[in-house]
Every structure is written in C-alpha cells, then in structure tokens.
Design a protein around this ligand. Structure first.
Ligand code: NAD
Ligand code: ZN
Length: 375
C-alpha cells in the first residue's frame, strides 16, 4: 500500500515520498475447536528453564471455572486473573510488570493473554515492558519500542476486535488513550479455539462482533483501500453476514466469527478504520464507553457516510433483537462536547481514510456536534 509515513492515529499523512509499510504478521497460529488443549506442547519448546515461568493473564470471568484446570501450568508458572470491566490502562500494565519483576529473579519464558481485546492488549503491553525500560506510557505512539518483547501468546475468548492479529495495543494513559504501535507488539503465537467463546453473552457477542463488521465497512469504504485490505475485508464482511443474518449452527457461527475477526484485523492492518472509530474514541475518552458498544452506538447514526453499512447493521440488530442504549450525550455540557470533538478530530488518519484529503471541510465541529447530540 502506498503510505505517506506509517499510518498512526496522530501522524498527519503529508510526507510525499512513496513508501510501503513492511508490517509483521503473527508467525504461528493454530485453529480448531478444542485446540486450546495443545497449548502445553506449544509452550514447551519456549520454556527457557524451570526458573523462567509462563505468566498467564486470564480474564477473571473464568476464575473458579473448570477452564482454569486446562491451563498447562508447570514449575513456577503464574496465573493472574484480570477484570475486563474497564479497558486496559498504562498504570495497570506497569503494576503487572512490577509484580512479575519482583516475584521472579528471571524474565518469564513468556506471557499468555487469555480473554477478549482487553486481555490480549494487556498481554502484549506487559510483554513489551518486561524488556523495555520505563513506563508503558513512554511507548504509546508509533515505533517507539526499542527492544524485542518477551515471547507472547494471544488466546481470544470472544471474537471481533482483531487484537489477535494487530500490531497495536490500545492503552489509556495519564494523558492520552493511544496504542503502542510497533513491530514488537504482534503476538508470536495465536491460539484460535472457537469453543472458548461459548460463554459470551448475546449482547457482548453482538457488540464485539460488530467491531469486526465496522472494521470491514470502514476499511472497504476508505480512501486507503488497496487489494490487500480489500481481499481480507470482503471475506470478513461475508462471514459477518453469515453469522448475523444467516441460520448457522452455534458452533459454525463461533468458527466463522473467529475467522471474521482475524480477517477484519488483517484488513485494517494495511488500511485504516474510519468515522465510527474516530467518534467512538471521543465517547470512550470522555465517558469511558467501551470500544465495541461505543462503535455500535455511533455507527447507527452514520448513514450519510456509510449508507449501505448502516442499513446492514440495522438489519442485523433487528434479526438478533439487540437493543442499544440511547440518549448517552443528553446531559453533556458544551465543554464536554468540545472535548469529545477535539479527541475525535485528533484521529487524523481515520478521517483522511474515511473522507479523503479534504476531510476537514466535511467533518466540521458542527457536523460532529450534531451527530454526538443524537446518540
Ligand atoms: P473485552 O475484552 O473488553 O471483554 C468484554 C466482556 O466480555 C468482558 O466482560 C469479558 O469478561 C467478557 N468475556 C470475554 N470472553 C468471555 C467468555 N468466553 N465468556 C464470557 N464472557 C467473556 O472485549 P473486546 O470487545 O474483545 O475488547 C475490547 C478491547 O479491545 C478494548 O480495550 C479495545 O480498545 C481493544 N481493542 C484492541 C484492538 C487492537 O488491535 N489491539 C482492536 C480493537 C479493540
Ligand atoms: Zn475496532
């Protein structure tokens, strides 16, 4: 793809020379119902010695369940249960890194994240910060990570974000919500076991799955689109339609949504997201609205940008009988609106991808205010 500097949320795309990004992919992936049970043999060759443990960061929704007995613990391996109620924070990453360094004399053999985007992002960030000095907030941005991270494995238990394939980990820091975008962020191994997503609630299944759907719509309708992104985006969109509008069995549906998430993530890796993500970022920053639901809440008001996508989205909502909250912004002050609008408009590459070089004349502060006030 032709890029004008690496596409990052804050970089302006004005550097003229033609450059193509050489981006990393997950080198190893295993897919299949029940494949989680092969984790022990996958990790074994990566164990440096008995004093260098594996640290499993696990969504606390699994605490006390029989799933925990299937985690292949040996030697001094450690399981840390982490709540996904809130999106990951730099202070949380720093505390986990501090704890691991204090409890063990050695660097761990690896970090394994088990959960949704929240746990996957935490695992990526902890793996980076175990080998790179200072706070995780020092690395929020583009290509600031200096040293390779500790070996890290991602095991999604809910499908949609594409965090399992991306080269970013989105963190809320003291000053900004921004990803650690680097070649060292991408997982070394991913385990795709659709059965792990069995316990997800209907609402959450919809919100996180729609994150994938919206990735496809924003990528396929963006000005950064190229054959690479299109091929993945079209496949992911087709899978989303089968899952949310078709009549699949539950197990087929879990398989297909897991692959949709993967393809959706690959699609945006080489293009960019768009208006829904830019505006959802503002909501998340001000009100702490989570990524999946935030995207849904915004997306249904974006007919003027994505008419076909919004029509499909509404069809999927009706079919799945999911309801979204409304009136989210009804009590906000002018100052709150200004904050959300500024955060959103700061996502320049997203707007440029969505609306082209002239985006500033289309995405005006008044336009954003009128959309926010309706949600
Ligand atoms: P999540 O990790 O926030 O989890 C959502 C809810 O689902 C939580 O309550 C969690 O406990 C529950 N859950 C997860 N698996 C479950 C299971 N098998 N059974 C029952 N409950 C389960 O959800 P998400 O939507 O996957 O992730 C959102 C996060 O991902 C945000 O922090 C967002 O910033 C991040 N994200 C990252 C990227 C990336 O490329 N790095 C991309 C998109 C989003
Ligand atoms: Zn997203």
């Amino acid at each position: 793809m032709e890029i004008k500097k690496d596409i990052g949320l804050k970089d302006s795309l004005t550097i003229k020379e033609k450059r193509y990004r050489n981006f990393p992919m997950v080198p190893r992936v295993i897919f299949g119902r029940g494949c989680f049970d092969q984790l022990g043999e996958i990790l074994m060759p990566k164990r440096r010695h008995s004093e260098a443990p594996f640290i499993f960061l696990v969504d606390d929704v699994f605490e006390g369940t029989s799933f925990v007995d299937r985690i292949p613990l040996i030697f001094n391996d450690l399981v840390v249960f982490v709540s996904a109620e809130e999106e990951p924070k730099t202070v949380q990453v720093d505390a986990l890194v501090g704890r691991i360094k204090t409890e063990f004399n050695e660097l761990p053999s690896g970090i394994v994240g088990i959960g949704g985007g929240t746990l996957l992002d935490l695992a990526k960030a902890v793996a980076i910060c175990l080998t790179n000095k200072g706070s995780s907030c020092d690395y929020q941005g583009w290509d600031l990570v200096v040293k390779p991270s500790v070996y890290h494995v991602g095991i999604p238990t809910i499908s949609g974000t594409g965090a399992e394939v991306s080269r970013t980990t989105v963190l809320l820091g003291p000053e900004k919500k921004l990803g650690i975008n680097s070649d060292h962020t991408t997982f070394d191994q991913v385990v795709l076991d659709p059965d792990l997503t069995k316990g997800v609630s209907k609402e959450q299944w919809f919100y996180t799955g729609m994150d994938c759907f919206i990735h496809c719509i924003e990528s396929l309708n963006g000005t950064y689109l190229n054959a690479f992104s299109q091929s993945y985006g079209e496949k992911a969109l087709e899978l989303c339609k089968e899952v949310y509008l078709g009549e699949l069995s539950p197990s087929e549906s879990r398989d297909k949504l897991m692959m949709a998430s993967w393809h959706g993530g690959m699609s945006i890796a080489y293009s960019q997201v768009g208006v829904a993500h830019a505006m959802s970022y503002g909501l998340s920053y001000l009100l702490g609205v989570k990524h999946g639901i935030g995207n849904c809440i915004v997306f249904r008001h974006l007919e003027e940008f994505y008419p076909d996508g919004v029509a499909l989205f509404n069809q999927m909502m009706r079919k799945q009988k999911v309801h979204l909250p409304s009136g989210i912004c009804s009590d906000l002050t002018d100052c709150d609106y200004e904050t959300m609008i500024s955060v959103s408009l700061g996502m320049e590459p997203l707007w440029e991808n969505a609306l082209g070089k002239d985006w500033r004349n289309i995405a005006t502060r008044e336009k954003l205010k009128s959309i926010y006030s309706r949600i």
